[in-house]
Ligand binder design. Structure first.
Ligand code: KIV
Ligand code: ZN
Length: 522
């Protein structure tokens, strides 16, 4: 009996605390759009299996909503929303639409397996969108917005509305749009600074204006969401200004990836709130999962994280000046405002060498957000041993590249060998061997430098009208024996294809990147 009473008292207290938190509205919902807005970056497209891997890590990270795609845009996007809905349990799965009935029908179909689902519909509300995109009047836009929300409501309870280009929309008109869609049933209203134009004070003012002038918001019928782009480097500052003025959802991406200069980065916003606890704004994010997912997304999307990137960059916790090193050794708080462990940076890193076993490799990959087993682990382990034979120490960047390289195993065209003779004052000569769907081909050519010679030899075998459009070499980490990464863009038949290669030999990495492009030709 005493035990039961105790449980009841505990339950009542818990409900009281929970309710109090709710009333104070200090719970901030984190809406991750890495797989939709983030994935729109040219060259960063993921296949469905890779998207599921990211979605599972987002679930472990504790995001509230995963925007899984824009189902009407392509069969691939549709399928990804279906498969992510099956793979993930706790977060709400969200699908994007235009304010168009067909889009909403397709989004609803794609969400059929989601345990918690949301349709995210919307329309442009700024003067330029109304005039040039829609050739409509402001009243017609409100009608279309209301119609779309009501239509989506027939399928799902949880409907989010976005007022595209809200950043440049007149506040008075925006308040009328928000009032109308909340009345129509929207539970979240997204206020995107689509062009990344606003300054933090202005964006904060906009949110404050809406909070004060839209009855449905003060009545608690819906919450406002931020969605900021980083064109002027203001995305995180604008998002925080929005939150401090009443927004209760933030739309973010891992590593801040996204179109042009990107979206607001999840790690910056959540760590800013954690580092300033007096703001009393809680998220559900387990911040120790931030670093692994950052590495995983960077590796899967072949999108390097800049070394000085806040929170997750390679140098974010590296103290190089003597004065700083001295201070940090005496007490970390002298120069560190965050504990690296809080974002999942494991400083007791195991150094991988040729003597490391599968378990050590598996552990390091896990720390970096990649979980593999069985045959796939065996393949990566063999590649690791080959690399470790050539290098003293194998770094995290190296093994992420190896795990990524494994994904191209199913390609039709493979590089068997490459031999290049080069030097100063002589022409470079390359001999190449390819296997194309199992058949062997060989060729040689000379060129203006080793990469030119190798690509010319490749073109002797692959006789297509293709033009190299962009060629970026990134040598990672520390030593001259490190893996170099190459990103390439090759134009063929009016389309541009993105390719990636990684190898300790930069000429081989370049040819691998070129072959990666060719394997994608349609
Ligand atoms: O930036 C934007 O306006 C968007 C909307 C489609 C939500 O991404
Ligand atoms: Zn956007």
């Amino acid at each position: 009996m005493a035990f039961c009473s105790l449980i009841r008292i505990f339950a009542v207290c818990w409900v009281k605390v929970f309710k109090k938190k709710d009333i104070m509205s200090d719970r901030l919902y984190v809406f991750d759009t890495t797989l939709r807005d983030g994935e729109q970056v040219p060259g960063c497209q993921l296949n469905t299996v890779e998207k599921i891997e990211v979605a599972r890590q987002l679930e472990l990270l504790g995001v509230d909503v995963i925007e899984a795609g824009f189902p009407i845009s392509s069969p691939g996007d549709f399928n990804s929303v279906v498969e992510i809905s099956k793979a993930v349990t706790w977060p709400t799965i969200c699908a994007l639409t235009r304010a168009v009935e067909k889009d909403i029908d397709v989004a609803n179909d794609a969400l059929q397996y989601a345990k918690h689902k949301r349709i995210h519909t919307g329309i442009g509300t700024s003067e330029s969108h109304i005039k040039y995109k829609f050739n409509a009047t402001p009243e017609e836009i409100i009608e279309r917005a209301v119609r779309a929300v009501k239509y989506a409501k027939r399928y799902v309870e949880d409907v989010e509305f976005y007022a595209e280009d809200a950043g440049r929309t007149d506040n008075e008109y925006l308040a009328r749009v928000v009032e109308a869609v909340v009345k129509a049933g929207a539970t979240v209203v997204n206020i995107p600074d689509t062009t990344g134009f606003r300054l933090p004070g202005e964006y904060g003012e906009k949110i404050k204006y809406l909070m004060e002038h839209v009855d449905g918001l003060s009545a608690g019928k819906a919450i406002l969401s931020t969605h900021c782009h980083n064109d002027l480097g203001m995305a995180t500052a604008n998002t925080l200004a929005g939150v401090l003025n009443g927004a209760r959802q933030v739309e973010v991406t891992i590593n801040g990836i996204g179109e042009r200069a990107g979206n607001t980065s999840l790690e910056e916003v959540t760590m800013a709130l954690k580092t300033h606890p007096y703001l009393n704004i809680d998220t559900n994010i387990n911040t120790t999962k931030i670093f692994p997912i950052s590495r995983m997304v960077s590796s899967l999307m072949n999108m390097p994280v800049q070394p000085n990137k806040a929170v997750v960059g390679r140098n974010a916790f590296a103290h190089s000046s003597g004065i700083h090193q001295d201070g940090v050794l005496k007490d970390a708080s002298t120069y560190e405002i965050m504990n690296p462990k809080d974002v999942g940076i494991d400083d007791n890193a195991i150094v991988l060498t040729a003597r490391s076993g599968r378990a050590a490799l598996k552990h390091r990959l896990h720390v970096n957000g990649v979980d593999i087993d069985g045959e796939r682990l065996d393949t990566v382990y063999e590649a690791f041993l080959r690399l470790a034979d050539r290098k003293k120490e194998v770094t995290d960047d190296d093994i992420l590249v190896l795990a990524g390289a494994d994904r191209s195993a199913s390609h039709a065209i493979k590089l068997d060998y490459l031999q290049v003779t080069t030097g100063m004052g002589v022409k470079s000569v390359a001999a190449i061997g390819l296997s194309i769907s199992g058949e062997k081909f060989e060729a040689s050519a000379s060129g203006n430098g080793p990469v030119d010679a190798a690509i010319k030899a490749l073109k002797v075998i692959i006789r297509r009208q293709m033009t190299l459009r962009e060629f970026t070499i990134q040598a990672i980490s520390k030593g001259s024996d490190d893996v170099g990464k190459v990103h390439m863009q090759v134009e063929y038949d009016g389309r541009v294809y993105y390719g990636f290669g990684a190898n300790t030999d930069i000429v081989t990495a370049s040819v691998e990147a070129y072959i990666d492009c060719i394997n994608k030709f349609k």
